[in-house]
Design a protein around this ligand. Structure first.
Ligand code: GLC
Length: 365
């Protein structure tokens, strides 16, 4: 964490691969700093919100060092123009629960960030929150977005397609999107994280739009598919990719009162499970490719979130197992960005800060 600290007030995920600030990474960094008892837990979130747009949107990337470099792609100086899962609700609630003195304006910024997602991004038809770019999910190359991927799914071709999706966004005067472009997916994973983060703030006494949150949670319920055992995205024009067997399809476990499924598939070695944590893609999904970026690899934030869901639901054995797998993966991979579910081999940037989630303890039940 020290090595990756940037004097501008945040931790870069990796100084070589990701030398910018990333939204959900920073929220996880805040939890890690808090566990270390370091005040940078608050500073990290302050710098995140310093780039918030007046609509409430919190950009998914911040460019502190060369702010002019963001303009060509994003049309905004110093940041991107799209967002990422709003994990700041959870991070701030954890700080409050741990007795930290959290500045009131930080809580207000978080509520306005969630209000933007709950209101501007709600899809009138399904009631779910839309993402307007695959990168907004944080799960960049998920098979859930394959309807937009080129037939020849080389890394370069997919990257070009994603750049075209950025350019397709209609822009308001400040460069931020005024609506969706060629990509608009009502995502159950993203919607669950929006609802979860709002509920987190609510749980520490910060009123965060409970009517909207309840409506969003209700919209998740009919998306459960009993045959698949998870929640599906009503992806316009491509029901198949919305039905991919991926872990974001289980994130409603963070928020729904009486879910019709548990974590059996997440732990089963024939399904998602592995000794170093669950693979992002189910082993029987046609897209599964062990060790490939968002196609069959373990992502520390998702293992953490599923362990948290288990812990909150009182599924103590499942929570303990997931935490043990997270620790094992972080150790064997050398604190990697993501890792192989069967061997723990480090993948992507090594080290990357969010592997440090392995040290974060859950508060007592
Ligand atoms: C990758 C991940 C994304 C993350 C970023 C920085 O792009 O897909 O979720 O925020 O790296 O770690």
């Amino acid at each position: 964490m020290e090595d990756h600290w940037y004097p501008g007030g945040f931790t870069v995920p990796s100084p070589t691969t990701y030398p910018q600030q990333f939204l959900w990474d920073s929220c996880f960094h805040s939890l890690i700093w808090a566990e270390l008892g370091d005040r940078r837990a608050v500073t990290e979130l302050e710098s995140l919100f310093s780039r918030q747009h007046e609509s409430g949107l919190v950009p998914h990337m911040g460019y502190a060092e060369h702010p002019e470099t963001s303009e060509e792609l994003w049309g905004v100086r110093g940041s991107s123009c799209i967002t990422q899962p709003p994990m700041f609700g959870h991070a701030l609630a954890e700080l409050v629960r741990r007795g930290w003195d959290v500045p009131g304006d930080l809580l207000e910024s978080a509520v306005s960030g969630l209000a933007y997602l709950l209101r501007t991004r709600r899809d009138p038809e399904t009631g779910l929150c839309q993402i307007w770019h695959p990168w907004e999910s944080g799960m960049d190359d998920s098979p859930r977005w394959d309807a937009w991927a080129p037939a020849e799914r080389s890394e370069e071709a997919w990257m070009e397609a994603k750049v075209r999706l950025v350019r397709s966004l209609p822009r308001g005067p400040a460069g931020f999107p005024s609506g969706p472009g060629d990509f608009a997916v009502p995502s159950v994973g993203f919607s669950s994280l929006v609802a979860f983060n709002a509920l987190e703030l609510d749980s520490v006494g910060v009123d965060s739009l409970s009517d909207d949150v309840h409506a969003l949670s209700r919209a998740l319920e009919p998306r459960f598919d009993a045959d698949l055992g998870l929640w599906t995205d009503p992806t316009p024009g491509s029901p198949q990719s919305g039905r991919s067997l991926t872990l974001d399809g289980l994130l409603p476990l963070l928020v729904l009162d009486d879910p019709p499924v548990g974590l059996g598939a997440v732990l089963s070695p024939r399904e998602f499970g592995g000794p170093f944590g669950p693979s992002y893609v189910h082993r029987e999904d046609p897209a599964f490719a062990a060790g490939v970026y968002w196609r069959g690899d373990v992502w520390p934030p998702l293992t953490y979130l599923l362990a948290l869901a288990a812990r909150r639901r009182g599924w103590r054995d499942e929570a303990d197992t997931l935490v043990r797998q997270l620790v094992a993966g972080a150790e064997v991979s050398g604190l990697a960005e993501h890792w192989h579910p069967d061997t723990g081999e480090g993948l992507g940037a090594v080290p990357l800060c969010w592997a440090g989630l392995a040290i974060v303890r859950f508060p007592p039940e």
